[in-house]
Design a binder for this molecule. Sequence first.
Ligand SMILES: [Zn+2]
Length: 303
Amino acid sequence: MARTISERLSNILVCPFDHSRLALEQARFSCQKCKREFQLSGRIPIMLDPGLLQADVQKEDEARKKEEMEIFDNLSSYQDFMNRAYLRAIKEDISNSLLSFDLKDKEILEIGAGISLFAGKLAERNRVVLTDINETLLNQNPENCDLVVADAENLPFPDRSFDFIYLVGILHHLPDQKKGMQEIKRVLKEDGKVFISEPTKWSVNLIYYLGRKLLIFLLGKNFVRKLVGCGTPDEEFLDTKELKKVFSDDFQIKIRKISPIRLLPIRFFDNLGFVPKINHILEKIPIIKNFGAIAQITLLPKR
Ligand SMILES: [Zn+2]
C-alpha cells in the first residue's frame, strides 16, 4: 500500500538548521532559507543534513552520526541486544515510570525511538511523533505514530511544539550531548514535561568506559566496534551535573537511580537471572543507590 506523510506531520516540520518553513513538492521538502532539500521515503521524511547522507563524511562528529545511522541497519543485532535478560528488567522499570505520567490528548515526542517500546500505547490517547537517525528501525514502529528521520542535535520542529518529550538511552549516543539537551528545551512547550532514562557516568559504567578506552588504545577502534556489536565505541555516559546545568534554571529535576549492578549486554549474562533481584535490594540502600547505573530523570516546569 502506498503511504504518504500525514498532513499533521508535514504541517509541523521545519528546517532542522534554521527552523524556517519548508515547501513540499514532489516527495521532498525544501527550505526557503538555506535551500537544503529533504527527501520523503514513503511516509517518513528524512530530515538530516544532505551532507550527512553522502558516502564520505569529513568531520569527526558527522562520522560518528553516520556510524550510528548504519550500525542499526542490522535489525537482528539490534533486537538481540534489546532482548538481553538484564535489559528486559531495566525496560520494565522504565516502562512503569513512563506510563505513570497520565497523558491524554497531548503532543508527545520520543527522540531516538528506535523500535519504540512505549509509543504504540501512548498513541492510543495522544498524538505521538517518533524520531530516529536510522530509518530501518523507525520503519518498524506502529501505524498510529508519525515518524521522522532526524538528528537529535538538530530537530526539525518549531520552538515549543510538544507537551511531553521522552528519550530512553539516547544522550550517550550523541557527539554533543549538551546540544541534544538544548534541543529538548527548545521544542518543549512552556508547561511541558520531560522524561529521560540514561546510563550514568559515576557508576559501574565508569569501569566499562575506561575499559573500553583502554581496549581502543591497545587494539584499535575497529576491534572494539566488533566487540560492542551494537553502538559505537565513542559513547560517553551522562554526567547528571551537565544535565542540571542545562535544565535547572527552568525545571524542577527529579533523579531516581536504578540498577547499581549493570551487566554488559552479552548472552553469557542472561543466565544470571538473580541480578535484577539483587539490584532491587541495592536500590533501597542509602549511598549505594546513588551509584545506580541508570538514571531516570523527570523534568517538571518550575512555577
Ligand atoms: Zn534551512
